[in-house]
Design a protein around this ligand. Structure first.
Ligand code: ARG
Length: 458
């Protein structure tokens, strides 16, 4: 007999049982479900809706079930459809008919919303902690590589030299924003829907604020219909996770490029690479590749939930049961991706010599030559053209600007003096960008210090 079987005259079709049930995946919410029920029943007692004795029995029953769940002794069943009814059924089996009083003044609609809020709240905190660890690794590598210079790229063409620290801190800025997004979303996650009932509230004299306080919620939904139909916080969570994965996948892409023989800027640790079943020489960057690939999957979950919610009428509709698997998979994917990225970055070997070589064998100092001429009074557009001609001259002769002698350079721009050779040196070029947020050492160090300080505030 189903918990809702009163008005039914036929058993449920077997295909329907399986199609309809969510227990195979929503058992992920078992801790949250019991935690929520404990707070609910405390409130029922406090408001004299249930007697003290009933509350005592239900609480000890729920706690015993939780213990059995944790010991792996509980088997959930498809017949009981979802985690909510499975627990209620277990409770009734455990303490008898009194267990049936737990659901007084509550619906699965506000219950599932509560469970999801508790779950996403917990995962938001966990993800912030993992991002903080990732930041610490980025800071560590940045500190180590403040004087490591590599080409910075636009269009994947060598553009201007940068410090490796500066390059890594660009990612730290992205993850910093992700942490801020999670912190901002927290106040919406931390809103209690319980007490909304199925749609319209309840006729029992409940105390919603008491439940919210018990469960550590900052506030409660002020509209019962919104409370049971809102999934915005899930969209926000999936969207933040999609951004995190996008940032991780851009970083992954660079690690993959950099560890190729063509770049050879880094070597990933053996423990984080795999080999080929056929080619003995191969060492493949599978982990960054997988992170890059999994970004698509998380963005897919975001889009799937948008599609599910789009055009749903108020309030609860069974479509909403489809919200969970994508969220659970996102948590698993995003969590392991952030963790692994931290390890990959921590253990990678950087090859500063090779980076420097690529800076020197290029025209990453051409802008500096143009800027030099501007400082001699030449309009920038004219200086740009003059340097363009010098670059062309060098390319035709298979050399770089610093390979020219003073007379050669002066034949393009008589204003050039002997100090040009220092000013075109990569170290000088990087140090010359003293503007806020630029590549000069003092700027990079300032940014790093500020980021470190902010990290302590979270
Ligand atoms: N398993 C359902 C879900 O995940 C729980 C809520 C069911 N509510 C209902 N009225 N059928 O959405």
């Amino acid at each position: 007999m189903k918990l809702w079987g009163g008005r039914f005259t036929k058993p449920t079709n077997q295909l329907v049982e399986e199609f309809n049930a969510s227990i195979t995946f929503d058992q992920e919410l078992v801790e949250e479900d019991i935690q929520g029920s404990l707070a609910h029943v405390e409130m029922l007692g406090k408001c004299d809706i249930l007697s003290k004795e009933e509350v005592k029995q239900i609480i000890s029953g729920l706690k015993r079930i939780l213990q059995r769940v944790r010991q792996g002794e509980v088997k959930f069943s498809i017949e009981n459809e979802d985690i909510h009814m499975n627990i209620e059924k277990l409770l009734i089996d455990e303490i008898g008919a009194i267990g049936g009083k737990l659901h007084t003044g509550r619906s699965r609609n506000d219950q599932v919303a509560l469970d999801l809020h508790l779950y996403v709240r917990k995962q938001t905190v966990a993800l912030i902690q993992l991002l903080i660890q990732l930041q610490e690794v980025l800071f560590l590598q940045a500190e180590k590589h403040i004087d490591t210079i590599l080409p910075g790229y636009t269009h994947l063409q060598r553009a201007q030299p940068v410090r490796l620290a500066h390059h890594l801190l660009a990612y730290a800025s992205m993850f910093e924003r992700d942490i801020e997004r999670l912190i901002d979303s927290y106040k919406r996650v931390n809103t209690c829907p319980l007490g909304a009932g199925a749609i319209a509230g309840t006729t029992f004299p409940i105390d919603r604020d008491f439940v919210a306080e018990q469960l550590g919620f900052e506030r409660i939904y002020d509209n019962s219909m919104d409370a049971v139909s809102d999934r915005d916080y899930l969209i926000e969570f999936l969207s933040i996770c999609s951004l995190i994965m996008t940032h991780l996948s851009r970083l992954s892409e660079e690690l993959i490029l950099w560890s190729s023989e063509e770049f050879a800027y880094i070597e990933l640790d053996d423990a984080f690479c795999t080999g080929s079943s056929m080619m003995p020489q191969k060492k493949n960057p599978d982990i960054p590749e997988l992170i890059r690939g999994k970004a698509g999957r998380v963005c897919g979950h975001l889009l799937a939930l948008f599609m599910t919610l789009k055009a749903l009428p108020l309030t609860y509709n069974k479509d909403m049961q489809e919200d969970k698997e994508g969220v659970f998979d996102t948590v698993k994917t995003c969590t392991s991706s952030v963790q692994l990225m931290s390890e990959v970055l921590k253990t990678m070997k950087v090859k500063p010599k090779r980076m420097k070589q690529n800076v020197e064998q290029g025209f990453a100092n051409a802008t500096d030559l143009a800027d030099y001429l501007v400082k001699k009074g030449i309009p920038f557009r004219r200086a740009h053209e003059m340097v363009g001609k010098m670059v062309l001259y060098c390319i035709e002769r298979g050399k770089y600007l610093l390979d020219c002698d003073l007379a050669e350079l002066q034949s393009f721009a008589p204003q050039i003096e002997a100090d040009i050779f220092i000013k075109l040196d990569p170290t000088f070029v990087v140090e010359a960008r003293k503007s806020r947020g630029g590549t000069a050492k003092a700027q990079v160090e300032k940014t790093l210090a500020e980021k470190k300080a902010r990290l302590l505030d979270y």
